[in-house]
Structure formats: C-alpha cells, structure tokens
Design a protein around this ligand. Structure first.
Ligand code: BG6
Length: 573
C-alpha cells in the first residue's frame, strides 16, 4: 500500500537514482512521495513519483504513499522527522495504537506536523534514544507498537540505516558498493540478484559494507543468521512502445500464457504435481483471494467441480465467517502480488486452525509464497498496471491446468484464442467510443461466464470509472431489470446457451442496448469469439472486456495505469 526504499553506498549516487527505484514501487501507491538524503535534501511532493532536486549523497530513504490515515497533503507525505530534525523515517503499514502513542509523546512536548499514524515512529525513537541505544529503542517499539510496519530509519550523522519488519514486506538487495532496502525486490531488479528477506519481527542495521540482522523474540533482540537468496528475474518483454502499461500487458497475454504452460510442463512440473497430491490428500479445498484474483478462483472452482473435485472459494476479508477449516483443509491462496494483507491475514487465521497452505502467485519470493507448503508461480511477468489483466488470464489458465490434472481434459490453445480477440482491436475501440458517456453498464453471463461478467465489471469500474455490475443472466429479471431503460448498455456473454438468449430478449423488450460477446452469430453489436471451449471462451471474453475498458478510459483521457483511490497491492486490512 506504500512503497519504501533506503540506499546506503560507498560511492556517491544521485537523489534521482533513488527516485527511479522508487518509481518501480509506485504500483503500491502514488498519492504523494518524498526523499531525504545525508547531504541535506529533504523534499516531499503530492502526486505520483516524478523527480526531485538533484543531489549527490551516500545515504537516502524515500517513500511513495497510498493514503490511509491522513489526507493526501505534502505534510502527510513521508519521510517524517523528529522535532529536532535529526531522525527521519519512512513507513509502510498501519500503527493501530498510534493515537495512544502520540498522546504520550505530545504530553512529553513533542510537536506533530502531520495527521498520519506514521509520524509517531519518528517521535517515538527521538524520545527513546534520549535514554537508550538503538537496540533498546527497537525492542521497546516491537513491544509497544501494534499493527503492521515496514520501517526504515535514518539519523543525521549516522552512516547506518535501521530497518524493522512486522506484517508489511521488506527485503534487502546486496549491491556491489552498498545495500538497498525496499518494500519489494522489483525496486532493485537489474541491480543485483542477491536478496535477503526480512521475516516477522526482524530488525537490521545496514551500512555500505554489510548488515546485521536481529529477531525480536518478545523481550529482546537476538542476532539471526540470514540466508541470501539468488533472485531469478523474469524477463519483462520490451517490445513496441505502448501508450500505457495496461495495453502493453493486455498484448503480453499470449506470451505470458505460453510461458506458463511451458513452466507447468517443465520447471514447475514437480510443484504442480505436489499441489495435486496435496489437493487429493485434503478433505476440503478452499480458495482465498481478493479482487480480480477472487474472480479467477470462481472459475477455478467451476473447472475443479467439472473434473470431480469439490472446492470452495471465499473472499479473503471474509475468512473469519467461513467455518469449515480444520487440519484436513487445504487453503489455496491466489494472489498476483503475494502481499495482499487480507489474504495474508486469512492464511494466518487458517493456519491457526490447522490448515495446510498452498498458493498461486505472480511475484516470486512474496510473503504469501513464503508462507506456503506448496506454491506455483503463474509466470505472468511483472504487472505494473493497477488493474490486473495478464495475471488474471494466467491465473485462470493455471487453475484450469490443475483441474485438467484430475480429469485429463485437453489444454486449449489459449494464446491463439487471445490473439484472435486482439485482432478485433479496432472493432472493440469503435464500440468503446459509443460507451464513453454511459452512466451504468451491466454484464450478464451464465455458468462459467458469471465470473467473467464480474471481472469485466471490475475492470470498467477500476479503469473507466463507469458504474458496472456483473451478474448471472438468470438473475437480471429478479430485480435489476427495473434499472434497464431505453439505451442502457448490457454486455451479454453468449456461448450459445439458450437461456442467456432469453435474458437478452428480456433486455431488448425494455429498450436496453445489447452488446454481445458471442461465439454464435447474432444480429446487432457483436464481439465475436471463435471458440466454444469453456476456458477459451472465458479467457477470450475477458480480453474483449479488457480492451473495451481500456479504450473507453483512453477516450475519457483517464490515468489508466494508476486509477484514482486505488493501488496495485493493498497491504492493510
Ligand atoms: C487490488 C487490486 O488492490 O487487489 C486488484 O487493485 C487486485 O487489481 C486485488 O485484483 C488483489 O490483489 P492480489 O495481488 O492479491 O491479486
């Protein structure tokens, strides 16, 4: 939900070198950003990460924010500093008891400049360091602070950086001439392939030559030996220049699918087999996911049920209200980022009830992957646009592949199906232009197309800012039909099933405007899908919805990759 970064080096580097790395964390939030260096630069700006005053330094911390506590203002942007301007902090997460901590500090004379919870960390350490060394101050912070935090602290005149992790992700990259600390490894991709991952309640002292890690065991800090992970970077297709990451990632889908299938049959064959074995030995299989990933699990449950495997899926933030979890339950988390707090929370809760954990993730070495007994990577490649596109299609393909391991179903040529839809780009762009002024758009589908209807609706809301509802076709007449007026656009996902056609007629009878995404010839506005295979149709129809959304938003001159109020990874509950 926010991105933090710290850099300490034996050689001088430029403040905007850090900002370039911070830019790679911008999918985590882009309401405001800021930086402080050991050569006196302290700059904060509202809005997405751009650039700062150039400044040569050997130590810096920086932050890009997705606002939770405190509005989007310059004062609320990080880094935050202590009263005496010596201590600077950047923070990702939420300090749940910040009001109580702040009251105590104000009573001791501390003056706060922002409305944020994070600022309390700067004053907390300013107060504690009056009477104890850093380790003691850190021990007390771990003891008294509640919530999630990934924090990097920089102190004037001190060449070390201090970093703490509880709940929110944090990793360290070993550079040739220094060290970088970051919310995730993408900030330093291409700069090193040696990473060290912070685990829960760990603290590190980092300088330009090395680092020391400690774990807080409830009372004190104990030194801990850390493993160095060789990170394998997935290639990120650079090809023709695109106007936005969203359209680039939509076009990457065929290659991403090919990469996934290759991986499942080769490098990840063993992991897929292990996952199948775990599923077979579990009495119950429950998917846990949020947002677009949840829609993928709805399709996953459908495919598994068709192959004779019973499975449930729950929205991660609702896991407390799902009771069928015990030691014979397998929880399969599906998460692009592998860092969604709702999912992490659910996994902790389910583990506590004895469940085993598996996961399908896109970001390697992510928290959810590291919490899993078995994990499969969906191989979509880095996805920058806040709205999930290629990650959804690869999640669906991966789930279908797993289901086919139970019933030997044929794997369709999804890359080819997607390419056929992409070839209709001009037709879809023209259609999009006629939807730009829509106030509401409804999407109806039956059976396996209901999740696709939900997913297309989410894309429209996230990216084109049009209210959209994805629903089961048969449900339209039980209420929502009251909202259909003359010209109301209804996108009908038609895979030749007769029942959906009757729903189409009900809409037309009320003057609604039907736009068909269909594999059967239909009069009227049509995006043609040349397949009746279920996973092909659902994938191709989704891509049609992605393109439609993209061109509506483009026509409306919306930000697209970084839509208002959202962020790619929500690492708060
Ligand atoms: C939301 C994103 O914040 O999180 C969605 O905007 C995404 O695009 C959802 O589907 C779940 O994220 P993840 O990383 O767990 O798949």
């Amino acid at each position: 939900m926010c991105g933090i970064i710290g850099l300490v080096s034996q050689n001088y580097f430029k403040s905007n070198d850090v900002i370039k790395m911070l830019k790679r964390l911008e999918y985590r939030g882009y309401d405001s950003f800021g930086i402080v260096t050991n050569s006196g630069l302290f700059e904060k700006k509202v809005g997405e990460v751009t650039s700062v005053t150039d400044n040569k330094c050997t130590q810096a911390i920086a932050h890009t924010r997705w606002a939770t506590t405190g509005e989007v203002t310059k004062e609320n942007a990080h880094p935050h500093s202590s009263c005496d301007g010596r201590i600077f902090i950047v923070h990702n997460g939420i300090i749940n008891n910040y009001v109580e901590l702040k009251e105590g500090l104000v009573a001791k004379g501390h003056i706060f400049r922002s409305e944020t919870d994070s600022e309390v960390i700067a004053h907390f350490f300013e107060e504690e360091l009056k009477t104890k060394p850093m380790p003691g101050a850190v021990e007390r912070f771990f003891r008294v602070a509640s919530g999630e935090f990934a924090v990097i602290i920089m102190i004037k005149g001190d060449s070390k950086l201090y970093a703490m992790k509880r709940g929110s992700p944090l990793s360290l990259g070993m550079l040739e001439d220094g060290n970088v600390i970051s919310s995730d490894i993408y900030a330093f991709s291409g700069k090193t392939d040696k990473a060290v991952f912070f685990h829960e309640d760990e603290f590190a002292v980092v300088n330009e030559k090395g680092y020391e890690f400690y774990r807080f065991d409830g009372t004190s800090l104990e030194p801990v030996k850390k493993e160095i992970t060789e990170v394998k970077w997935s290639s990120n297709e650079e090809g023709k220049k695109y106007d936005h990451y969203m359209i680039k990632e939509i076009y990457e889908q065929p290659e991403a699918l090919e990469r996934l299938y290759h991986s499942l049959k080769n490098g990840q064959k063993e992991s897929a087999e292990k996952l199948k074995a775990l599923m077979k030995s579990s009495k119950r299989i429950v998917f846990v996911a949020s947002g677009t990933s949840y829609h993928a699990t709805l399709l996953g449950v459908y495919f598994l049920n068709k192959s004779g495997v019973e499975a449930h899926t729950i929205i991660a933030s609702e896991f407390r209200n799902f009771y069928l979890v015990d030691k014979d339950t397998l929880i399969i988390a599906v998460s692009q980022s592998g860092e969604t707090m709702d999912v992490i929370e659910a996994l902790h809760g389910m583990k506590a009830r004895g469940a085993k954990i598996a996961s399908l993730v896109n970001v390697p070495y992510s928290t959810i992957q590291r919490m899993s007994n078995v994990s499969v990577n969906i191989e979509a490649g880095q996805e920058i646009c806040v709205a999930a596109t290629k990650s959804f299609v690869n999640q669906v393909a991966c789930l279908h592949y797993i289901a086919s391991m139970f019933n030997g179903a044929e794997i369709a040529d999804l890359p080819g199906d997607v390419r056929k839809v992409l070839s209709q780009e001009n037709n879809i762009r023209d259609l999009a232009k006629s939807l730009v002024k829509s106030r509401d758009i409804y999407i109806i589908g039956r059976g396996f197309l209901y999740p696709v209807a939900r997913e297309i609706a989410l894309k429209l809301k996230e990216i084109s800012y049009i209210h959209a509802e994805g629903m089961m076709g048969g449900e339209l007449k039980h209420g929502t039909l009251a909202l259909i007026e003359k010209g109301t656009p209804v996108i009908a996902l038609i895979n030749g099933r007769s029942e959906i056609v009757s729903n189409v007629m009900e809409v037309k009878a009320r003057g609604g405007r039907i736009i068909a995404i269909s594999n059967s010839g239909m009069a009227g506005e049509l995006i043609r899908i040349d397949s009746d295979d279920e996973v092909s149709f659902s994938t191709a129809a989704t891509v049609a919805g992605q393109l439609l959304t993209y061109y509506i938003a483009k026509e409306k001159n919306l930000p697209i990759d970084k839509p208002r109020n959202l962020s790619k990874t929500i690492t708060v509950k």
